[in-house]
Write a protein that binds this ligand. Sequence first.
Ligand SMILES: *[C@@H]1O[C@H](CO)[C@@H](O)[C@H](O)[C@H]1NC(C)=O
Ligand SMILES: *[C@@H]1O[C@H](CO)[C@@H](O)[C@H](O)[C@H]1NC(C)=O
Ligand SMILES: *[C@@H]1O[C@H](CO)[C@@H](O)[C@H](O)[C@H]1NC(C)=O
Length: 512
Amino acid sequence: MKCILVFCGLWTFTHCARILGVFQMPTFSHQIVYQAIWQELALRGHHVTIITSHPLKDHKLTGLKEVDVSEATLKAKQENSFVGFMLKEQNVYSRVQNLFEVHYRLAEAVLSDKAFIEIYNASGAQFDVVLAETLVSPTLYALAAKLKAPLVGVSSLGAWIGVHYAIGNPSPPSLYSDMLLPFHRQMTFSEKVVSTVYYIWVRYYLNFEALPKCDQIARKYLGNDIPYIQDIEKNMSLLLLTTNPILYEPRPNVPTVISMEQMHIKPVKPLPKDLKQFLDNAKEGVVYFSLGSNVKSINIPEKLRKVLIEAFAELPYKVLWKFEADDLPGKPENVLIGKWIPQQDVLAHPNVKVFVTQCGLQSVEEAVARGVPMVGMPFIADQTRNIQRLSEEGAAVGLEHTTLTKEEFKNAIFEVVNNPKYKQNVKRLGEIWVDHPLPSLNRTIWWIEYVIRHKGTKHLRSPTADVSWFEYLLIDVILVLLTIVSLALFILYVAIKFILRMIFGGRKLKQN
Ligand SMILES: *[C@@H]1O[C@H](CO)[C@@H](O)[C@H](O)[C@H]1NC(C)=O
Ligand SMILES: *[C@@H]1O[C@H](CO)[C@@H](O)[C@H](O)[C@H]1NC(C)=O
Ligand SMILES: *[C@@H]1O[C@H](CO)[C@@H](O)[C@H](O)[C@H]1NC(C)=O
């Protein structure tokens, strides 16, 4: 047993475990977070099998086996209404429904993928832990139940309201809104009304539509000998969330929720020669523009692109634009475009003065890690929330891209470049963000190995996961108390009536 001899780490020794990871969302910004985890697990000598759209293909990691499902999952994502999910005009209810639609298809794409089935058939249920991507749909958690291994949920974002509910995190709409709603911290009355209606709808939608459908898909591919999908989700041993106290309001979590941050941030690497030259020569300062791997600059409306090009042409700075095509018609002199840009390393360059971003979590983490203030132009998901928080902290200026004018855009850039408070605040946030007893990656790995060592975390499971809605709202207690009080009042009433009759009834008799 060669693997037993491998030295697994500095703090604790965990025998080499067999780990299965299923990361279905074929999006770079999600996958880079998971990559950091599976790479480290493989480096620590575990036998790691990963289902992913973005394999690392690092031949030095001998214990790592990557199953590339990018073809099937990309097809599933594209043929679906994922673009619909991106539309800002859509209300939150359709967005949740769209998100589930995408995830039904992604789950089917994975479960029917030939390479995946081979691994699954050959595994003989021999895994010590199953890591599964967590966003909204629990379908693929069924693999953990089927393989009789503890389940670890991993998210490249915070948790959606349905996940909080499943693991037993208190989330009354009076205190917390959802990550898909643009409210945060102390909500106003009308925000609370919206949050409450949404919360009730989510509970209804989950119980009567989404979960039965997830359960059906899991049974179709994995057979009938599994618990109901929601029971599998509630049985999660550990939930790893990419959160931080700046963008996500501090809240009570059950002990099996662990927060990770900046998992994908790497030490600064040297830049490619042409890029380095461009940035070195830009003594006047550089605006770095990217809308990330989901939104993409190439997809933005023609009108917005025109505003950007005209504004850039009038700026006294150089502009580096992540633009996903070979050619940008009308590209101004001072603009350099690139289809792919080593963003973390560019942001570390001292001449980069401002990052114009869609405010996806991973991009924000990179800007904060490198101390670059932002101009935020949110499109989807949590991006609106993120820019609101960053503006409140004085680390960014937010813009509304649907109505953006050239002057507004230029003014936002001048404000962030020329007012030193933005850079100071980004640095302040960066220091708070990562101040923990153990670095994020070490903490995450420790917890995964904890689950492996103890074969799950039954001893940490919170009873709040099993509370029904009428117990949660104290309806049973209120009913009993009301009954007791009513009974007491009734007895009192009868007694008083009886006494009165004794007194006055007797007098009446005498008078007669
Ligand atoms: C997997 O196992 C099932 C049932 O045992 C079998 O029908 C199927 O052909 C196998 N598939 C592969 C790719 O090995
Ligand atoms: C819950 O997980 C444990 C392992 O952590 C497993 O033994 C048990 O069967 C699971 N129960 C359900 C209902 O999934
Ligand atoms: C964190 O993990 C890395 C890689 O395993 C290790 O080199 C480092 O010493 C650890 N840091 C702490 C503080 O334990």
